[in-house]
Design a protein around this ligand. Structure first.
Ligand code: NAP
Length: 294
């Protein structure tokens, strides 16, 4: 086993957004930081003034690459005796109705948001179990507690992450491993501009005569507006993640923004049928949806 003097924190997708805000927040801490991003994004760390140091290590990790996942965890096990805190933050969002998602596009979405993160966990766990300590924080979303139209694949990936994390919470508790889901809602950022359209959803966005055009036309600005109006910033969510990392008894689910608390309460308190009716009624201009196409 390597040097165990300092706790090692791994953050995936640390090149931008919430991951970068968390990286900045932890820079002055006593943790050893392993900040990861895809090789194509590594230059962003230097641009942000984050460089290699005694306590800061920048590594290439595409979470969809089994070879890169294995290399990262093997290196950390050998040099520092294992991961102490794994923050699975990297994520992408496909914007498409279910009918506009091919099998391969669904698998791509699941690979980044679910399959990659759970494989990192699987690889980090043996060293955590050996030490009878460790923390796993999976960044989920309000999309992991409720699904909205045009977000089928994203919600499926976050629901999958939530389900697996809930099992893990019970499975690893006997070794003292602490497992949490941090659930941000709408965050004031440009992240919504980074959503991926599939080839069919792009076609529908471009063609006013396409059956689902109204879904995209009204959902996209609706969500962009909610993000613009949100008072939650990446820095505030990073603060919630850090607090979760340091809590003696972190809860399984940690809503990270005001709307996440609100939606969690609505899901808990409202009868399910009434909740779905209410959400449908409040979708933007929903009466204009479904008027075109076969
Ligand atoms: N922002 C929000 O409103 C919001 C709300 C709820 C939940 N979340 C969740 O919070 C997490 C961070 O989101 P964000 O808003 O900060 O997003 P973001 O600004 O788009 O950043 C996403 C990060 O994930 C990385 N990434 C994407 N694909 C990757 C891959 N294949 N391998 C490794 N890294 C990859 C990106 O790296 P590259 O630089 O290489 O692209 C980037 O660092 C995600 O899990 C997201 O689902 C965000």
């Amino acid at each position: 086993m390597g040097d165990r003097g300092t706790e090692t924190v791994v953050v995936t997708g640390a090149s931008t957004g919430l991951g970068l805000a968390l990286a900045r927040r932890l820079l002055g801490s006593s943790y050893r930081l392993v900040l990861t991003a895809r090789a194509s994004s590594l230059a962003r760390f230097a641009a942000e003034g984050i460089g290699e140091g005694e306590r800061v290590h920048v590594r290439a990790l595409d979470v969809t690459s089994a070879a890169e996942r294995a290399a990262l965890i093997d290196e950390i096990d050998a040099r520092w005796g294992g991961v102490d805190v794994l923050v699975n933050n990297a994520g992408v969002m496909y914007r498409a109705v279910l009918e506009h998602l091919t099998h391969d596009e669904m698998v791509e979405q699941l690979e980044v948001n679910y399959l990659g993160p759970v494989d990192l966990i699987r690889r980090a766990l043996p060293a955590m179990r050996a030490r009878r300590a460790g923390r796993i924080i999976n960044v989920s979303s309000v999309g992991g507690m409720m699904a909205m139209p045009t977000m089928a694949a994203y919600s499926a990936s976050k629901f999958a992450l939530e389900g697996a994390t809930e099992s893990l919470y019970y499975e690893t508790r006997p070794w003292g491993i602490k497992v949490s889901l941090v659930q941000p809602g709408f965050v004031h950022s440009d992240a919504y501009q980074l959503v991926h359209l599939t080839s069919e959803s792009q076609h529908s966005v471009d063609d006013v005569r396409e059956a689902y055009h109204a879904h995209y036309e009204h959902m996209a600005p609706f969500i962009a507006r909610l993000m613009r109006l949100s008072r939650a910033t990446p820095e505030r969510v990073a603060k919630v993640i850090e607090r979760t990392m340091r809590r003696r008894r972190p809860p399984l689910r940690v809503p990270a923004t005001f709307d996440a608390h609100l939606f969690a309460a609505l899901r808990r308190l409202l009868p399910r049928g009434f909740y779905h009716w209410l959400l449908y009624r409040n979708l933007p201009r929903v009466k204009t949806w479904g008027q075109l196409g076969p």
